[in-house]
Design a protein around this ligand. Structure first.
Ligand code: DX5
Ligand code: ZN
Length: 220
């Protein structure tokens, strides 16, 4: 069984000290950088774009897990790959031709992910599950760090895990929003194996120690 991965979200980093926070993640037990891109249309917030990602990538020593909270993502897939994305995740709700978008992500050499808002059922992934590398279950309404975890997410993860056992046993099942030391154990038990953590890491007295604590949680 695969050890779970920790993906600190740089949305919660100090952008006035981004290099310092990138080095902290480099030297920690984190597995991926989680990179939240918001366009002010798909979500009611705007985060950052290509110049910031390109600059961050220069000194980052771990894969970039890019979460696109943008409408019509096809327009920018190639450019995100060029900026350094290793995984590109698009929202189910933002893609009219999701299958095509998934193929486009793979054609630029990235792993392909699909994210679901809290109200979107996991059953809607059934006919693309074999085609994707990652499914991201949003456990808050996307747009902001530091929100409270929505408990119904646990059922969604269990259901997705069952679907994946049949269709795609190597699927990464990622949870994003309100993840911390108090709920990561139950999320692992439900079947998730990639954990985004923004506030939990960056508001901790020692972010490095919090990453280690999240990484070293064990369940039977
Ligand atoms: C929310 C973003 C998350 C966010 C998570 O829209 O997709 O990745 O950074 O932050 P926390 O862990 O603080 O909920
Ligand atoms: Zn995210």
């Amino acid at each position: 069984k695969m050890k779970h991965l920790i993906a600190p979200s740089i949305l919660s980093a100090d952008f006035a000290n981004l290099q310092r926070d990138i080095e902290m993640i480099n030297e920690s037990q984190a597995d991926w950088f989680h990179v939240d891109v918001m366009d002010g249309v798909f979500v009611p917030n705007i985060s950052f774009g290509f110049p910031v990602i390109t600059a961050a990538k220069k000194n980052a020593k771990k894969p970039f897990d890019v979460h696109l909270m943008i409408v019509d993502p096809d327009r920018y897939i190639a450019e995100f790959a060029k900026a350094g994305a290793d995984v590109i995740t698009v929202h189910y709700e933002a893609c009219t031709h999701l299958h095509r978008t998934i193929q486009l992500i793979k054609s630029v050499g990235c792993k392909a992910g699909v994210a679901l808002n809290p109200h979107t059922p996991v059953s809607l992934l059934k006919d693309v599950l074999q085609d994707i590398d990652l499914a991201l279950v949003m456990s808050v309404n996307p747009g902001f760090g530091g929100q409270q975890f929505i408990p119904q997410t646990l059922n969604k993860i269990s259901e997705l895990k069952q679907m994946a056992l049949q269709a795609n046993p190597n699927l990464y099942i990622e949870v994003d929003g309100g993840v911390g030391i108090n709920n990561i154990g139950s999320l692992i038990e439900a079947g998730a194996n990639v954990f985004v953590a923004g506030n939990a890491v960056f508001a901790a007295p020692s972010p490095t120690q919090m990453i280690a604590d999240l990484k070293n949680v064990q369940v039977n």
